[in-house]
Design a protein around this ligand. Structure first.
Ligand code: NAP
Length: 311
């Protein structure tokens, strides 16, 4: 019997995903139908993005799993009609690689002090070499698929890397902490702090007046995680009083960031428009197809969301 797969993402995405998905599904050798329009009662799998028109999963009586195209699941995880196994996207070759490149690039910008020479209208000859990576401790809040890969890349460059997760971990190249004391250890030592936590009720405002006060004076904050991780008024105050030297922010509570938001004009803030990384269709399609193969073979799905934890 044919496996019926509904593609339910923003309509612009179908053109990008149809061919890679067909190629990946052909490669796993199942008999399937793939479409953006199917009778709900016959659908086996939904390839999903939370901004799609499908918000009520109750008519999908035969559904075996919902396979998310995004890493972030904060909106879908709250959907009470989504009760079947729900997998998030872990796309090592595309999404993760893109995030590693973005994080390493922005870390090196601050580590090397590149701005001073890229924009130098007064022709200042400030001949002061930056420290080497070994003298620049870097911290990562979040040691999941993205945080671990970024931390290991920074460690490979020579940075001393510490990281914080919800559960204890042992990761090559990263000194891993958990718990409240663990957070304090990471914050106290990190000259550059990168946020790669998911947005959950527990992670909201992880960066607040109290935690910012623990950081070394002039530390750099880089946030490609989620806007909710930061209490914005506290960060702006820390930027104004010099506790934080610069913040590079890719994600915000409201996106697009409103034109009158103070982040746009703050001299020590770089705003990037949620471009740190995205799922790439060829590699993401292979991840989706592998999960469908597993579902059909009765094997456990990869990358399942823990609804209680919210990520
Ligand atoms: P992930 O694999 O689920 O990892 C999440 C990490 O956060 C895990 O290490 C987890 O700890 C930790 N964590 C969760 N709740 C915590 C808490 N209360 N206290 C301490 N640590 C906590 O997620 P990912 O794939 O790395 O993605 C991370 C986030 O990046 C996504 O949720 C999304 O918001 C964001 N993202 C942004 C972009 C962009 O373009 N800006 C692109 C993709 C993703 P455990 O390991 O102990 O579970």
């Amino acid at each position: 019997m044919s496996v019926n797969i509904l593609f339910a993402a923003h309509k612009d995405r179908w053109a990008q995903y149809e061919t890679p998905l067909r190629r990946a599904l052909d490669a796993i050798g199942i008999d399937y139908a793939l479409s953006t329009d199917m009778e709900p009662g016959g659908v086996d799998y939904i390839v999903y993005a939370p901004n799609s028109d499908v918000q009520d999963f109750t008519p999908y009586k035969r559904l075996k799993a919902v396979l998310n195209l995004w890493a972030g699941v904060e909106s879908a995880v709250k959907n009470p009609t989504l009760t079947v196994p729900f997998a998030r996207m872990v796309d090592d070759e595309g999404l993760t690689q893109g995030m590693v490149e973005w994080v390493v690039g922005h870390t090196l910008r601050h580590h090397l002090g590149m701005d001073a020479h890229i924009v130098n209208p007064d022709c200042e000859w400030a001949a002061k070499a930056p420290p080497i990576a070994a003298d620049r401790p870097v911290g990562l809040l979040g040691l999941g698929a993205l945080g671990t890969a970024c931390g290991q890349a920074l460690s490979d460059l020579g940075f001393p890397v510490s990281g914080w997760a919800r559960t204890p971990k042992s990761i090559d190249g990263i000194t891993a902490y958990h718990g409240k004391d663990g957070l304090q250890s990471v914050l106290e030592t990190s000259q550059i702090l990168i946020l790669l936590l998911p947005s959950t009720p527990e992670t909201e405002n992880t960066i607040n007046a109290e935690t910012l006060a623990l950081m070394p004076k002039g530390a750099i904050l880089i946030n490609p995680g989620r806007g909710t991780l930061i209490e914005d008024a506290a960060l702006l105050a820390a930027l104004d009083n010099g506790r934080i030297g610069h913040a590079t922010l890719d994600v915000f509570r409201t996106e697009p960031l409103p034109a009158d938001d103070p982040y746009w004009t703050h001299p020590n803030v770089t705003v990037t428009p949620h471009v740190a990384s995205e799922t790439r269709p060829p590699s993401a399609a292979r991840v989706i197809a592998e999960n469908i193969r597993r579902g059909e073979a009765g094997e456990p799905f990869l990358h399942l969301v823990d609804r209680d934890a919210g990520y």
